[in-house]
Structure formats: structure tokens, C-alpha cells
Design a protein around this ligand. Structure first.
Ligand SMILES: [Zn+2]
Length: 340
């Protein structure tokens, strides 16, 4: 089966990518918050498959293997290093299975291998940095083995770590998406400005370069606008679903966030508005990271003019028992809506 490549799709229009599986699978009861290791691919593979199918139904064009935090360092933290390769291969096989089973009438999904922030990269003490490169190399190897169509490197908050991830991904010869997640100081932790990091990633061969995670629409948009202006390649924008502010640019320190609650969530229209605005700026790779759920991915897809399988179930407020306009909605209910 011949599939269109990522660049060809992006040249023609929007491509939607669901991310943020960590929070969504935790919310569904299959992961421990804080620990955040995707053991689900081994312990409840059917739930992970369902998660991918739900996002596919909602319009995601890419099935990203859930290997975020499924790297050697995290596996050491939880004392399960021996499960590293089985976990990765299982996640990749599940993603591939779903991608190959795209519903009829939809462009066949792309399966993406995934690497991400290692949490041990350190610009002040670089002795662990070669270890990080090895972690990326083994994961990219498994992704290629299991038939990934593209690779996604994401959520990097050190510029040099992102460059290293891209270098390793590019050795595979697959299309590479690379997105950064600067923290609240609005600069990469090794001191490189956000836009400069993206420019460098383009220079180093990133096919799609942009931002994901940590920032909601309000605090990602000002930077991604500049990134779009500065780059020639395709740009990615995948914010989180939280109302971050100038005072709290990322979700880590939002009021009411004790580390595992989900505070101040954006509604569907705020997410749709961000996606439309980004698309109108020429950003074609769109999605939602932490806080994403299938309803929001549908909103992203529809806000840029796409119709997806889940569009059948988009909101229809005319039938609402209090707020509806249908002739059968009883007057005593409509009249009561202000007090409801
Ligand atoms: Zn995220």
C-alpha cells in the first residue's frame, strides 16, 4: 500500500496529530500520575489501542507510538529497566496496527516513532549527555524496526538536547518532526532563545519544526507566530489544553496545580480558535498535547475545515433540553434556563 508522505500531506493542507497521551491514559485509569511511565502498552494493550482508535476517529492523521517517558532513564527510576525494549516494541506494534486499520475513506494514517526529553540532559555537567544520545539511538532503532513512517522528537527544553535528538532521528532517513517546550523563563534552559533554537533545528534538517506541550494557546501563540515568520519549513503547533498566562507561561505553576490536578482548562472553542489562527498564519501541523482528548482533536480538525468521522457527533445545542431551539423543547424549560 502506498501512502502519501508527511511533507506531501503538509504541502496540500493541514495534518492533525494527537499527543498528550500521558494525561489522557492517566485520566482513564491506566497510569500513575507523577510516575508517568507508559506501562499501559504491556499491562493494558487493549486500552492503548482504544485510545489510538478514539483519536483516529476524531481526526488524527498520525498515530504516535506511546513511548513518551518509555526511555531507559525513566525505566531505571521505576526499577523496570528489563522491560524497556518490550514496552517500546509493544507500543510501536499497537500504533502500527491502528495506523494500518484507518477507516475507509480516510487517508491512511502515518505511524510515528517517538523520542522525548530525557530529564538527565544537563548543560552544566555534560557527563550524562552521551547516555542520552544512546537512549535516543536505541529507541529510534526499535521504531524503524517496527515500521515507523515518520519520527517525532518532542518536549525538549534544552536546545542541545533537541539538536541531539534530531541528529539521531535523521540517521534513520525518515521524515522528522521536532518540537520544543520551553519552560517558564521563556528561553531554552541552556540559554538559547526559542526562535533561534527553531531556526537551528531547521538548518540541521528538521522537516517539521515547532512547539509542543507546557504552554497553552495564550503563551504559545506569541512565540509560534515568530517561529512561523523565521522558518521556511513546515511548522508544528501543539499547545496544552490549559489557560496559561503571562505570569504562569507553563502549566507547572498554574494556581490550583498541585502536580497532578488539571486546572484551568481551555474549552473546545479556545482550542479551535488557536488552531484556526495558527493555520491562517501558515502552520499546517496542528494538534493538542497534554490535556488533549478526542473531542478537542475533532475541534482542531474542524476549525481548519476538515470533516472527520467524529464530526457526525459534533455538538447540536438546538436539541438541548434547556438551551435548545427545537420546536419540541418545552416553554417551561426554556424559560427556566437562567435559573438552572
Ligand atoms: Zn504534553
Amino acid at each position: 500500500m502506498s501512502k502519501k508522505g508527511l511533507k506531501e500531506r503538509l504541502d496540500q493542507g493541514p495534518v492533525i496529530c494527537a499527543e498528550g497521551f500521558l494525561f489522557e491514559i492517566e485520566r482513564r485509569g491506566y497510569m500513575s500520575s507523577g510516575e508517568f511511565v507508559p506501562m499501559v502498552s504491556l499491562e493494558h494493550p487493549e486500552s492503548l489501542e482504544n485510545l489510538h482508535r478514539d483519536f483516529q476517529h476524531a481526526g488524527s492523521d498520525i498515530v504516535q507510538a506511546f513511548t513518551y517517558n518509555g526511555h531507559r532513564e525513566k525505566m531505571r527510576v521505576i526499577g523496570k529497566e528489563e522491560l524497556l525494549e518490550p514496552l517500546n516494541r509493544s507500543a510501536l506494534k499497537i500504533a502500527k496496527k491502528v495506523a494500518l486499520d484507518t477507516p475507509i475513506g480516510i487517508e491512511p494514517n502515518l505511524m510515528a516513532g517517538n523520542i522525548s526529553n530525557s530529564n538527565i540532559w544537563n548543560d552544566k555537567d555534560t557527563k550524562s549527555n552521551s547516555e542520552v544520545e544512546k537512549m535516543f539511538t536505541e529507541m529510534v532503532g526499535w521504531a524503524v524496526d517496527e515500521g515507523a513512517d515518520i519520527l517525532i522528537g518532542e518536549t525538549f527544553y534544552y536546545a542541545e538536547e533537541a539538536y541531539t535528538a534530531l541528529k539521531v532521528m535523521k540517521q534513520s532517513g525518515l521524515s522528522c518532526v521536532i518540537t520544543i517546550a520551553p519552560m517558564g523563563e521563556n528561553i531554552m534552559r541552556d540559554g538559547v532563545p526559542i526562535v533561534d533554537t527553531c531556526k537551528e533545528l531547521e538548518q540541521r534538517g528538521g522537516d517539521v519544526v515547532g512547539m509542543n506541550c507546557f504552554r497553552g494557546p495564550n503563551t504559545m501563540m506569541p512565540y509560534i507566530k515568530e517561529v512561523r515568520k523565521a522558518l521556511k519549513c513546515h511548522v508544528a503547533a501543539l499547545p496544552i489544553n490549559y489557560r496559561t498566562t503571562k505570569e504562569h507561561p507553563t502549566f507547572f505553576n498554574l494556581p490550583d496545580n498541585n502536580g497532578c490536578t488539571y486546572p484551568m482548562q481551555c474549552n473546545r472553542y479556545e482550542i479551535g480558535k488557536f488552531a484556526k489562527e495558527a493555520f491562517d498564519l501558515g502552520i499546517n501541523y496542528l494538534g493538542v498535547c497534554c490535556g488533549a482528548n478526542p473531542m478537542l482533536i475533532r475541534e482542531v480538525a474542524e476549525s481548519v475545515g476538515l470533516k472527520v468521522p467524529a464530526s457526525k457527533y459534533r455538538e447540536n445545542m438546538s436539541s438541548h433540553f434547556l438551551f435548545g431551539t427545537h420546536e419540541r423543547i418545552a416553554k417551561h424549560q426554556k424559560d427556566y434556563k437562567e435559573k438552572a
